[in-house]
Design a protein. Structure first.
Ligand code: URA
Length: 187
């Protein structure tokens, strides 16, 4: 069956596949360009995201915006989404069954957008998308090629807000992402 954003939105807005649906104010699907070459994937909505229905609008999102702007990327060129589309209570990590229940929506988004680059923001995204034993401190900045995607991971912006020393490596990752994007554009 042909895929469409209307189908995805309808399914997400009425989703009751896991317990997070009972607590949400809004489902948070994604933001940015639906033809983006780069997709950033975070963990799950926080309080501001739950209230607005838009990913990465709180403090972590504002830092992400600054980092994107610093490498001259905007929401016209990237798409931003999360592993789970409803807020886990108190911002706890999403449970395995909640991730499992939600992942088909993310797969559907990926299939529609077909970005060239996927950037996992933080441990939850990296262990879900790259490998369950992914270690963000050791393996961030590495690239793998899978199913036609170039995939990497960097620190979650919330981690940068908690620990300033992570800002420099995250900045290096962001520059490498920009470089990969430019290389792929030239091909
Ligand atoms: N943290 C995330 O992982 N995603 C958001 O949308 C906001 C904060």
């Amino acid at each position: 069956m042909e895929k469409s954003w209307e189908i995805l939105e309808g399914a997400c807005y009425s989703c009751k596949k896991c317990r997070l649906s009972e607590m949400r104010t809004n489902v948070v699907i994604g933001k940015g360009s639906r033809t983006a070459d780069i997709m950033f994937i975070g963990e799950g909505p926080g309080q501001q995201e739950d209230l607005t229905g838009i990913p990465f609008v709180g403090p972590a999102g504002q830092l992400l915006d600054k980092m994107l702007a610093a490498v001259h990327l905007s929401l016209e060129e990237v798409y931003v989404a999360n592993i789970v589309k409803c807020r886990p209570p108190g911002n706890r990590d999403p449970h395995d069954d909640e991730k499992e229940a939600c992942l088909n929506y993310l797969r559907y988004q990926l299939a529609m957008i077909r970005p060239k680059i996927i950037v996992c923001l933080g441990r939850i995204a990296a262990t879900t998308i790259i490998s369950p034993d992914f270690k963000i401190t050791k393996q961030r900045g590495e690239w793998i090629e899978r199913k036609g995607y170039y995939i990497t991971a960097t620190y979650h912006p919330s981690a940068l807000l908690r620990d300033e020393t992570k800002k420099r490596p995250a900045w290096e990752d962001m520059q490498a992402i920009r470089k990969k994007y430019d290389e792929l554009k030239e091909q």
